[in-house]
Write a protein that binds this ligand. Structure first.
Ligand SMILES: *[C@@H]1O[C@H](CO)[C@@H](O)[C@H](O)[C@H]1NC(C)=O
Ligand SMILES: *[C@@H]1O[C@H](CO)[C@@H](O)[C@H](O)[C@H]1NC(C)=O
Ligand SMILES: *[C@@H]1O[C@H](CO)[C@@H](O)[C@H](O)[C@H]1NC(C)=O
Ligand SMILES: *[C@@H]1O[C@H](CO)[C@@H](O)[C@H](O)[C@H]1NC(C)=O
Length: 334
Protein backbone atom coordinates (compact mmCIF):
# COMPACT_ATOMS: atom_id res chain seq x y z
CA UNK A 1 0.00 0.00 0.00
CA UNK A 2 2.79 2.43 0.99
CA UNK A 3 4.76 1.48 -2.07
CA UNK A 4 1.74 2.08 -4.24
CA UNK A 5 1.19 5.51 -2.65
CA UNK A 6 4.83 6.45 -3.17
CA UNK A 7 4.59 5.31 -6.74
CA UNK A 8 1.47 7.44 -7.28
CA UNK A 9 3.09 10.51 -5.70
CA UNK A 10 6.25 10.06 -7.75
CA UNK A 11 4.23 9.48 -10.92
CA UNK A 12 2.06 12.48 -10.20
CA UNK A 13 5.15 14.59 -9.63
CA UNK A 14 6.61 13.40 -12.88
CA UNK A 15 3.41 14.17 -14.76
CA UNK A 16 3.31 17.64 -13.26
CA UNK A 17 6.89 18.19 -14.36
CA UNK A 18 6.06 16.99 -17.84
CA UNK A 19 3.02 19.28 -17.97
CA UNK A 20 5.07 22.29 -16.86
CA UNK A 21 7.69 21.41 -19.45
CA UNK A 22 5.10 21.17 -22.18
CA UNK A 23 3.11 24.24 -21.36
CA UNK A 24 5.22 26.78 -23.30
CA UNK A 25 5.25 24.51 -26.32
CA UNK A 26 1.45 24.22 -26.27
CA UNK A 27 1.21 27.99 -26.10
CA UNK A 28 3.54 28.28 -29.08
CA UNK A 29 1.37 25.97 -31.13
CA UNK A 30 -1.87 27.82 -30.60
CA UNK A 31 -0.06 31.05 -31.33
CA UNK A 32 1.39 30.16 -34.67
CA UNK A 33 0.64 33.53 -36.20
CA UNK A 34 3.85 35.13 -35.13
CA UNK A 35 2.67 35.89 -31.60
CA UNK A 36 -0.45 37.74 -32.64
CA UNK A 37 0.95 39.29 -35.77
CA UNK A 38 -0.87 38.70 -39.02
CA UNK A 39 1.47 37.17 -41.56
CA UNK A 40 1.04 38.43 -45.09
CA UNK A 41 3.09 36.88 -47.85
CA UNK A 42 4.00 39.02 -50.86
CA UNK A 43 4.03 36.26 -53.45
CA UNK A 44 5.54 38.35 -56.24
CA UNK A 45 7.20 41.74 -55.92
CA UNK A 46 4.86 44.07 -57.84
CA UNK A 47 6.53 44.76 -61.21
CA UNK A 48 9.65 43.16 -59.72
CA UNK A 49 10.18 46.13 -57.41
CA UNK A 50 11.11 45.36 -53.82
CA UNK A 51 10.04 47.53 -50.94
CA UNK A 52 10.77 47.70 -47.23
CA UNK A 53 8.45 45.28 -45.44
CA UNK A 54 8.98 46.59 -41.93
CA UNK A 55 7.27 49.96 -42.11
CA UNK A 56 3.54 49.38 -41.47
CA UNK A 57 3.81 50.80 -37.97
CA UNK A 58 6.12 53.73 -38.62
CA UNK A 59 4.54 54.90 -41.88
CA UNK A 60 0.88 54.11 -41.36
CA UNK A 61 0.53 53.37 -37.66
CA UNK A 62 -0.74 49.88 -38.49
CA UNK A 63 0.30 47.41 -35.82
CA UNK A 64 0.47 43.64 -35.71
CA UNK A 65 1.60 43.10 -39.27
CA UNK A 66 4.33 40.78 -40.33
CA UNK A 67 4.90 41.21 -44.07
CA UNK A 68 7.22 38.77 -45.72
CA UNK A 69 8.40 37.70 -49.16
CA UNK A 70 9.73 34.40 -47.81
CA UNK A 71 7.74 31.69 -49.55
CA UNK A 72 8.73 29.08 -46.97
CA UNK A 73 6.27 30.85 -44.66
CA UNK A 74 3.39 30.03 -47.01
CA UNK A 75 1.73 27.56 -44.64
CA UNK A 76 1.67 30.08 -41.80
CA UNK A 77 0.49 33.01 -43.90
CA UNK A 78 -2.94 34.47 -43.14
CA UNK A 79 -2.97 36.20 -46.50
CA UNK A 80 -1.08 35.89 -49.76
CA UNK A 81 -0.94 38.94 -52.03
CA UNK A 82 -0.76 38.13 -55.71
CA UNK A 83 -0.18 40.92 -58.23
CA UNK A 84 -2.12 40.27 -61.41
CA UNK A 85 0.40 41.69 -63.87
CA UNK A 86 3.15 39.46 -62.49
CA UNK A 87 1.32 36.14 -62.87
CA UNK A 88 2.54 34.21 -65.88
CA UNK A 89 -0.10 33.50 -68.46
CA UNK A 90 0.22 29.76 -67.75
CA UNK A 91 -0.38 30.36 -64.03
CA UNK A 92 2.76 28.43 -63.08
CA UNK A 93 3.67 31.50 -61.06
CA UNK A 94 0.85 30.90 -58.59
CA UNK A 95 1.40 28.97 -55.35
CA UNK A 96 1.23 25.28 -56.22
CA UNK A 97 0.76 24.22 -52.61
CA UNK A 98 -2.41 23.20 -50.83
CA UNK A 99 -4.08 26.28 -49.38
CA UNK A 100 -4.51 26.30 -45.59
CA UNK A 101 -8.22 26.52 -44.83
CA UNK A 102 -8.13 29.97 -43.23
CA UNK A 103 -5.67 31.53 -45.68
CA UNK A 104 -6.94 34.22 -48.03
CA UNK A 105 -5.56 34.98 -51.44
CA UNK A 106 -5.65 38.65 -52.25
CA UNK A 107 -5.95 39.76 -55.86
CA UNK A 108 -3.93 42.93 -56.26
CA UNK A 109 -4.29 45.16 -59.28
CA UNK A 110 -4.17 48.89 -59.96
CA UNK A 111 -4.46 48.93 -63.72
CA UNK A 112 -7.69 49.53 -65.61
CA UNK A 113 -9.51 46.56 -67.20
CA UNK A 114 -8.69 47.52 -70.79
CA UNK A 115 -4.94 47.47 -70.17
CA UNK A 116 -5.02 44.14 -68.40
CA UNK A 117 -5.00 40.61 -69.72
CA UNK A 118 -7.93 38.52 -68.55
CA UNK A 119 -6.33 35.21 -67.59
CA UNK A 120 -8.25 31.96 -67.90
CA UNK A 121 -8.40 29.73 -64.84
CA UNK A 122 -8.27 32.35 -62.12
CA UNK A 123 -11.91 33.37 -62.00
CA UNK A 124 -12.66 31.80 -58.62
CA UNK A 125 -9.23 31.54 -57.11
CA UNK A 126 -9.11 34.62 -54.94
CA UNK A 127 -10.81 35.62 -51.70
CA UNK A 128 -10.30 39.37 -51.63
CA UNK A 129 -9.79 42.28 -53.98
CA UNK A 130 -7.09 44.89 -53.45
CA UNK A 131 -7.85 47.60 -55.93
CA UNK A 132 -8.54 51.29 -56.59
CA UNK A 133 -12.28 50.66 -56.88
CA UNK A 134 -14.46 51.84 -54.03
CA UNK A 135 -16.23 48.49 -53.89
CA UNK A 136 -12.98 46.55 -53.48
CA UNK A 137 -12.53 44.68 -50.20
CA UNK A 138 -9.33 46.58 -49.61
CA UNK A 139 -9.77 49.90 -51.35
CA UNK A 140 -6.73 52.04 -52.03
CA UNK A 141 -7.51 55.02 -54.27
CA UNK A 142 -4.75 56.91 -56.09
CA UNK A 143 -5.39 59.90 -53.90
CA UNK A 144 -7.83 61.30 -51.42
CA UNK A 145 -9.02 64.38 -49.66
CA UNK A 146 -8.35 64.87 -45.97
CA UNK A 147 -9.50 67.57 -43.60
CA UNK A 148 -6.88 70.27 -43.25
CA UNK A 149 -5.66 70.40 -39.66
CA UNK A 150 -5.33 74.16 -39.71
CA UNK A 151 -6.36 76.76 -42.22
CA UNK A 152 -4.39 76.08 -45.35
CA UNK A 153 -1.95 78.91 -46.02
CA UNK A 154 -2.06 78.01 -49.68
CA UNK A 155 -0.60 80.55 -52.08
CA UNK A 156 -1.50 80.12 -55.71
CA UNK A 157 1.70 79.41 -57.68
CA UNK A 158 2.44 82.01 -60.34
CA UNK A 159 1.14 80.98 -63.72
CA UNK A 160 2.48 81.78 -67.16
CA UNK A 161 0.57 79.25 -69.26
CA UNK A 162 -3.08 78.47 -69.63
CA UNK A 163 -3.41 74.76 -70.43
CA UNK A 164 -0.81 72.01 -70.18
CA UNK A 165 -0.73 68.32 -70.78
CA UNK A 166 1.98 65.78 -70.05
CA UNK A 167 1.35 62.61 -71.99
CA UNK A 168 3.49 59.55 -72.43
CA UNK A 169 1.16 56.99 -73.92
CA UNK A 170 -0.15 58.42 -77.17
CA UNK A 171 -2.48 56.25 -79.20
CA UNK A 172 -4.71 57.76 -81.81
CA UNK A 173 -7.62 55.51 -80.84
CA UNK A 174 -7.57 56.84 -77.28
CA UNK A 175 -10.52 59.02 -76.38
CA UNK A 176 -8.18 61.55 -74.81
CA UNK A 177 -6.10 61.94 -77.97
CA UNK A 178 -9.20 62.51 -80.08
CA UNK A 179 -10.42 65.12 -77.62
CA UNK A 180 -7.08 66.90 -77.51
CA UNK A 181 -6.92 67.10 -81.31
CA UNK A 182 -10.21 68.98 -81.36
CA UNK A 183 -9.41 71.14 -78.35
CA UNK A 184 -6.13 72.46 -79.69
CA UNK A 185 -7.85 73.74 -82.82
CA UNK A 186 -9.42 76.34 -80.54
CA UNK A 187 -6.70 77.16 -78.02
CA UNK A 188 -3.02 76.61 -77.37
CA UNK A 189 -2.22 73.50 -75.29
CA UNK A 190 1.35 73.04 -74.04
CA UNK A 191 2.10 69.36 -74.59
CA UNK A 192 5.02 67.69 -72.85
CA UNK A 193 6.24 64.18 -72.22
CA UNK A 194 7.32 61.20 -74.21
CA UNK A 195 4.58 61.70 -76.77
CA UNK A 196 6.19 65.04 -77.66
CA UNK A 197 9.60 63.43 -77.89
CA UNK A 198 11.15 64.17 -74.49
CA UNK A 199 10.93 62.45 -71.11
CA UNK A 200 10.02 64.66 -68.19
CA UNK A 201 12.02 64.60 -64.98
CA UNK A 202 10.28 64.76 -61.63
CA UNK A 203 11.31 68.40 -61.07
CA UNK A 204 10.18 69.42 -64.54
CA UNK A 205 6.91 67.61 -63.95
CA UNK A 206 6.16 69.68 -60.87
CA UNK A 207 7.22 72.99 -62.40
CA UNK A 208 5.22 72.36 -65.57
CA UNK A 209 2.12 71.50 -63.56
CA UNK A 210 2.34 74.51 -61.24
CA UNK A 211 3.04 76.99 -64.06
CA UNK A 212 -0.26 76.23 -65.80
CA UNK A 213 -3.71 77.39 -64.83
CA UNK A 214 -5.29 74.20 -66.10
CA UNK A 215 -4.05 70.69 -66.60
CA UNK A 216 -5.59 68.04 -68.84
CA UNK A 217 -6.20 65.15 -66.43
CA UNK A 218 -7.13 62.79 -69.23
CA UNK A 219 -7.20 59.12 -68.24
CA UNK A 220 -6.00 56.55 -70.75
CA UNK A 221 -9.24 54.60 -70.44
CA UNK A 222 -12.59 55.26 -68.88
CA UNK A 223 -13.67 53.09 -65.95
CA UNK A 224 -15.50 53.52 -62.66
CA UNK A 225 -13.18 54.94 -59.98
CA UNK A 226 -10.20 54.88 -62.32
CA UNK A 227 -9.15 58.37 -61.27
CA UNK A 228 -5.38 58.44 -61.07
CA UNK A 229 -2.56 60.70 -59.97
CA UNK A 230 -3.16 62.57 -63.24
CA UNK A 231 -6.04 64.10 -61.32
CA UNK A 232 -4.71 64.21 -57.76
CA UNK A 233 -1.28 65.62 -58.64
CA UNK A 234 -2.45 68.91 -60.20
CA UNK A 235 -5.02 69.26 -57.44
CA UNK A 236 -2.33 69.00 -54.81
CA UNK A 237 -0.03 71.44 -56.65
CA UNK A 238 -2.54 74.23 -57.15
CA UNK A 239 -3.62 73.66 -60.74
CA UNK A 240 -7.19 73.08 -61.86
CA UNK A 241 -7.69 69.66 -63.45
CA UNK A 242 -9.77 69.41 -66.61
CA UNK A 243 -10.88 65.81 -66.46
CA UNK A 244 -11.71 63.18 -69.04
CA UNK A 245 -12.62 59.90 -67.40
CA UNK A 246 -15.65 58.45 -65.63
CA UNK A 247 -18.75 60.69 -65.20
CA UNK A 248 -18.65 63.83 -63.07
CA UNK A 249 -20.59 62.20 -60.24
CA UNK A 250 -17.82 59.59 -59.91
CA UNK A 251 -15.24 62.35 -59.37
CA UNK A 252 -17.58 63.97 -56.87
CA UNK A 253 -17.27 60.88 -54.68
CA UNK A 254 -13.65 61.96 -54.19
CA UNK A 255 -13.85 65.76 -54.11
CA UNK A 256 -16.39 68.56 -54.28
CA UNK A 257 -17.66 69.42 -57.73
CA UNK A 258 -16.22 72.94 -57.83
CA UNK A 259 -12.61 71.76 -57.64
CA UNK A 260 -12.35 70.60 -61.25
CA UNK A 261 -13.78 70.97 -64.75
CA UNK A 262 -15.22 67.97 -66.56
CA UNK A 263 -15.12 67.76 -70.36
CA UNK A 264 -18.69 66.42 -70.27
CA UNK A 265 -19.83 69.76 -68.84
CA UNK A 266 -19.50 71.08 -72.40
CA UNK A 267 -21.14 70.08 -75.64
CA UNK A 268 -17.88 70.22 -77.54
CA UNK A 269 -14.12 70.80 -77.15
CA UNK A 270 -14.72 74.20 -78.72
CA UNK A 271 -17.06 75.22 -75.92
CA UNK A 272 -14.58 74.02 -73.32
CA UNK A 273 -11.88 76.14 -74.99
CA UNK A 274 -14.14 79.19 -74.89
CA UNK A 275 -14.82 78.67 -71.20
CA UNK A 276 -11.13 78.26 -70.31
CA UNK A 277 -10.26 81.40 -72.28
CA UNK A 278 -12.98 83.22 -70.39
CA UNK A 279 -11.63 82.07 -67.02
CA UNK A 280 -8.19 83.26 -68.11
CA UNK A 281 -9.54 86.79 -68.04
CA UNK A 282 -11.62 86.44 -64.88
CA UNK A 283 -9.30 85.95 -61.90
CA UNK A 284 -12.14 85.78 -59.36
CA UNK A 285 -13.97 83.07 -61.25
CA UNK A 286 -10.72 81.14 -61.56
CA UNK A 287 -9.98 81.40 -57.83
CA UNK A 288 -13.36 79.83 -57.03
CA UNK A 289 -11.82 76.50 -58.07
CA UNK A 290 -9.59 76.68 -54.99
CA UNK A 291 -12.24 77.30 -52.36
CA UNK A 292 -12.09 73.64 -51.24
CA UNK A 293 -8.58 74.28 -49.98
CA UNK A 294 -9.95 76.25 -47.08
CA UNK A 295 -10.97 72.99 -45.40
CA UNK A 296 -9.17 70.18 -47.16
CA UNK A 297 -5.92 69.06 -48.62
CA UNK A 298 -5.11 66.33 -51.11
CA UNK A 299 -3.00 63.30 -50.35
CA UNK A 300 -1.43 61.66 -53.37
CA UNK A 301 -0.47 58.06 -52.69
CA UNK A 302 3.21 57.32 -52.11
CA UNK A 303 4.98 54.11 -51.00
CA UNK A 304 2.04 52.43 -52.62
CA UNK A 305 3.00 48.75 -52.60
CA UNK A 306 3.89 48.98 -48.94
CA UNK A 307 0.72 50.83 -48.01
CA UNK A 308 -1.43 48.45 -49.99
CA UNK A 309 0.17 45.49 -48.20
CA UNK A 310 -0.17 47.04 -44.75
CA UNK A 311 -3.83 47.83 -45.38
CA UNK A 312 -4.41 44.26 -46.52
CA UNK A 313 -2.90 42.97 -43.33
CA UNK A 314 -5.10 45.30 -41.29
CA UNK A 315 -8.14 44.13 -43.22
CA UNK A 316 -7.33 40.46 -42.56
CA UNK A 317 -7.16 41.11 -38.86
CA UNK A 318 -10.56 42.74 -38.79
CA UNK A 319 -12.34 40.35 -41.19
CA UNK A 320 -12.06 36.68 -40.35
CA UNK A 321 -15.08 35.54 -42.34
CA UNK A 322 -14.69 33.32 -45.38
CA UNK A 323 -15.08 34.93 -48.75
CA UNK A 324 -14.75 34.31 -52.47
CA UNK A 325 -15.77 36.22 -55.57
CA UNK A 326 -15.83 35.88 -59.34
CA UNK A 327 -12.96 37.92 -60.69
CA UNK A 328 -14.05 38.25 -64.32
CA UNK A 329 -17.51 39.43 -63.45
CA UNK A 330 -16.30 41.79 -60.78
CA UNK A 331 -13.53 43.47 -62.71
CA UNK A 332 -14.22 43.09 -66.41
CA UNK A 333 -18.00 43.26 -66.45
CA UNK A 334 -18.45 46.15 -64.03
C1 LIG B 1 8.35 29.14 -29.09
O1 LIG B 1 8.50 30.42 -28.53
C2 LIG B 1 9.82 30.70 -28.12
C3 LIG B 1 9.82 32.06 -27.41
O2 LIG B 1 8.70 32.82 -27.71
C4 LIG B 1 10.75 30.67 -29.34
O3 LIG B 1 12.07 30.93 -28.95
C5 LIG B 1 10.64 29.33 -30.02
O4 LIG B 1 11.43 29.33 -31.21
C6 LIG B 1 9.22 29.00 -30.34
N1 LIG B 1 9.13 27.66 -30.90
C7 LIG B 1 8.44 27.38 -32.01
C8 LIG B 1 8.45 25.93 -32.40
O5 LIG B 1 7.83 28.23 -32.65
C1 LIG C 1 5.30 41.61 -35.48
O1 LIG C 1 5.78 42.15 -36.70
C2 LIG C 1 6.57 43.29 -36.54
C3 LIG C 1 6.83 43.87 -37.91
O2 LIG C 1 7.48 42.96 -38.76
C4 LIG C 1 7.85 42.91 -35.79
O3 LIG C 1 8.66 44.05 -35.63
C5 LIG C 1 7.47 42.35 -34.44
O4 LIG C 1 8.64 41.90 -33.78
C6 LIG C 1 6.49 41.20 -34.59
N1 LIG C 1 6.00 40.82 -33.27
C7 LIG C 1 6.04 39.58 -32.82
C8 LIG C 1 5.51 39.39 -31.46
O5 LIG C 1 6.47 38.65 -33.50
C1 LIG D 1 2.56 22.86 -45.68
O1 LIG D 1 1.39 22.10 -45.49
C2 LIG D 1 1.26 20.99 -46.37
C3 LIG D 1 -0.07 20.27 -46.15
O2 LIG D 1 -0.99 21.05 -45.55
C4 LIG D 1 2.41 20.03 -46.14
O3 LIG D 1 2.33 18.94 -47.04
C5 LIG D 1 3.74 20.76 -46.32
O4 LIG D 1 4.80 19.92 -45.99
C6 LIG D 1 3.80 22.00 -45.46
N1 LIG D 1 4.98 22.74 -45.78
C7 LIG D 1 5.83 23.21 -44.86
C8 LIG D 1 7.02 23.97 -45.38
O5 LIG D 1 5.63 23.10 -43.67
C1 LIG E 1 -10.83 31.26 -50.45
O1 LIG E 1 -11.25 30.99 -51.76
C2 LIG E 1 -11.21 29.62 -52.11
C3 LIG E 1 -11.54 29.49 -53.58
O2 LIG E 1 -12.78 30.03 -53.90
C4 LIG E 1 -12.18 28.87 -51.21
O3 LIG E 1 -12.14 27.50 -51.53
C5 LIG E 1 -11.78 29.08 -49.76
O4 LIG E 1 -12.71 28.49 -48.90
C6 LIG E 1 -11.68 30.56 -49.43
N1 LIG E 1 -11.10 30.73 -48.12
C7 LIG E 1 -11.49 31.66 -47.23
C8 LIG E 1 -10.76 31.67 -45.94
O5 LIG E 1 -12.35 32.47 -47.46
Amino acid sequence: MRQLLTAIVVLGGLMLLVLIQFQPKVKNMTNKNNNGNMTVLIWLWPFGRRFNLRMCKSFYDIEGCFLTADRSLYNESDGVIIHHRDIDTDLSNLPQLQRPSSQKWIWMNFEPPTLLKQLPGIDSLFNLTLNYRQDADIEVPFGSLVAAASRDDFVLPSKNKLVCWIVSNWRKEYERVKYYKELHKHMKVHVHGEASGRRISREDYTSILTSCKFYLSFENSIHTDYITEKFFKPLSLGTVPVVLGPPRRNYERFIQGDAFIHVNDFDSPKELAEYLLLLDKDENAYLKYFEWRRHFRVVVEKHTSLKRSCLSCDYLRLHKEKKTFKLNKWFWEE
